[in-house]
Design a protein around this ligand. Structure first.
Ligand code: 3HC
Length: 277
């Protein structure tokens, strides 16, 4: 399957990045978001990102952006990639509606960080064609796509999504549908432990991040990374890990919850562990 026409629902930092890489591969993208102004902000972000990539030989904004069409609702396509907020009822509503609107042979994929793909598949009449396609932020730069098979996902669907990820210039890695999959099951305890180290006064935020950057050769420290991901997203992923795996070691650090309650969500709100004002 070539997936010539892709519907991306959710135009936040992930959805915008996904729409960009799909359009840059030559495909047509319909981009939908319920939040007023979200698609326009995503298009502005794409223009900036494509501008940087064009300097390194990538396609220009003028070549890619005309392939992205803002749409006011869920529309027909060969593939849905859903990238909305990590809320199971919002995602299920989108999967139900997409199941009605998209042709019967279309694949329905979610970019969820942690919501079970198996339960999203179960709300559709095509559970064998539902799959997780988990990109990493910043999507135009990071090469990984974690491909998550629900219990019901067919071999054909998995093979088609693996081939698509490769065609987008990404490297797919397959995982089964357990809480947090592989990526967030590894990443979130690391972020959480860094938050505990800060809360307990073991070290300042800069020192914690410097240790990870220079000591383990990570491109950024866990607290700066949490700010990039969004502290609210980190907490909701940790909640899913905690509930789904039933182990208290996954419970979010109280400091993370406190920051979220105060609206310190990371880069997107201007302040998280660091101040971006
Ligand atoms: N589009 C295009 N190019 C971009 C870009 C974007 N959105 N963001 C960064 N770049 C380019 C820059 O232009 C720069 O190019 P250059 O080397 O030619 O100048 C290059 O990438 C490096 O960027 P910077 O110099 O600004 O800074 P860094 O070297 O620190 O790189 C980073 C930035 C790519 C974000 C790097 O720090 C990084 O990889 N950090 C880790 C990110 C990570 O771990 N993401 C995963 C999060 S987990 C997730 O997403 C899953 C979810 O479920 C939680």
């Amino acid at each position: 399957m070539r997936f010539e026409h892709v519907l991306v629902v959710g135009a936040g930092q992930m959805g915008g990045g996904i729409a960009q890489v799909v359009a840059a591969s030559g495909r047509r993208v319909a981009l939908h978001d319920e939040v007023p102004g979200a698609v326009e902000r995503a298009l502005a972000g794409m223009e900036k990102s494509l501008g940087k990539l064009a300097e390194k030989g990538g396609p220009t904004p003028e070549q890619v952006l005309p392939r992205v069409t803002p749409v006011g609702d869920i529309v027909g396509a060969d593939l849905l990639i859903e990238a909305v907020v990590e809320d199971v009822s919002v995602k299920e509503a989108i999967f139900r509606r997409a199941d009605e609107v998209l042709p019967a042979d279309a694949i329905l994929a979610s970019n969820t960080s942690s919501i079970p793909i198996t339960s999203l598949a179960a709300v559709t009449a095509r559970p064998d064609k539902v799959i997780g396609m988990h990109f990493f932020n910043p999507v135009p730069v990071l090469k990984l796509v974690e491909v998550i098979r629900a219990l019901q996902t067919s071999d054909e669907t998995a093979a088609a999504i693996v081939a698509l990820a490769e065609d987008l210039g990404k490297t797919p890695a397959q995982a089964n549908d357990f809480p947090g999959f592989v990526s967030n099951r590894i990443l979130m305890p690391f972020v959480n432990e860094a938050a505990y180290a800060l809360m307990e006064g073991v070290a300042e935020a800069e020192a914690i991040d410097t240790i990870a950057k220079l000591g383990f050769a990570h491109p950024m420290g866990p607290l700066a990374l949490a700010d990039l991901i969004g502290l609210d997203t980190c907490v909701s992923i940790m909640d899913v890990l905690h509930e789904g795996l039933g182990d208290p070691k996954y419970a979010p650090c109280p400091l993370l919850r406190q920051y979220v309650a105060a609206g310190r969500l990371g880069r997107k709100s201007g302040r998280g562990f660091y101040d971006y004002a």
